[in-house]
Design a protein around this ligand. Sequence first.
Ligand SMILES: [Zn+2]
Length: 302
Amino acid sequence: MDWSNLKFFTTHQHEVPLPEGHRFPMDKYRLLYEKLIRDSVLTPDQIFPGPPAEIHDLLLAHDERYVFGMRDGTLPASELRPIGLPWSPELFQRSLSAVGGFVAASENAISDGFSAVLAGGTHHAHEGRGEGYCIFNDFAVAALKLLSAKRVKKILIIDLDVHQGNGNSSIMGQRDDVFILSLHGERNYPFRKEKSHLDVPLPEGTSDEKYLSALSDALKILPDADMIFYQAGVDVLKEDKLGTFAMTFEGIKSRDRMVFEFARKRNAPLAMAIGGGYAQPIELTVEAYANTFSEAKKNYGR
Ligand SMILES: [Zn+2]
């Protein structure tokens, strides 16, 4: 496929107000966009603002009380606290754009083979509540939309963020038209994990070698699917402040290569979200994200 024809979606056009000193690195989305352009991994005309998700699509994965409460800013503080981001109209708009961007990426991947959002992977959002910086669950909304429209029969979620995708699993962990693989830190948030179809908990200090061998074993036993969603969180990097692994840039590149080759071999379209990344300085996270896009380009580009 011609890489320059592939489409990507971003949310950094939404400025979300955060209190001074807030620990969430909101700048990383804009920094990633700028780096991908500067390094000629993507061209500006390939990157589109994530379109706002439709409310009726959100309701495929979330309950009305939560969706409308989030839209109207009427949820009690006790429900907003676990999200870790202060509510604002801009936060709601950005969340719509992130989910809509992933929905668009999943639809484009079906026609083009590969697409991604420069955001997303909001795998801690549950049906009726958000947590861990996640408001609406992009993978659940896109999966349930594609499945209910019969665009695909089975979706494989490969979730390699260091945190378990407890929201993905609470919403979709019992379905037989979705299969969730999660490799994650056993000592990482969330401390109460949900059951996925295949959970691979790994210990603190997991090295490139141990990680890649666990991933290789897991990929071998995955069922067939006609669509893959990839949560490519780079909080597995050893410099990450919220992760417990000890992976290097090279290890993460090998990880990404394994996933892209797996998808190519199985002839399954792949839609990707960047997932978590909280290194200090944040430029390390941005570099890891950019490496993931470069690996995608090597695999999918011509
Ligand atoms: Zn994470």
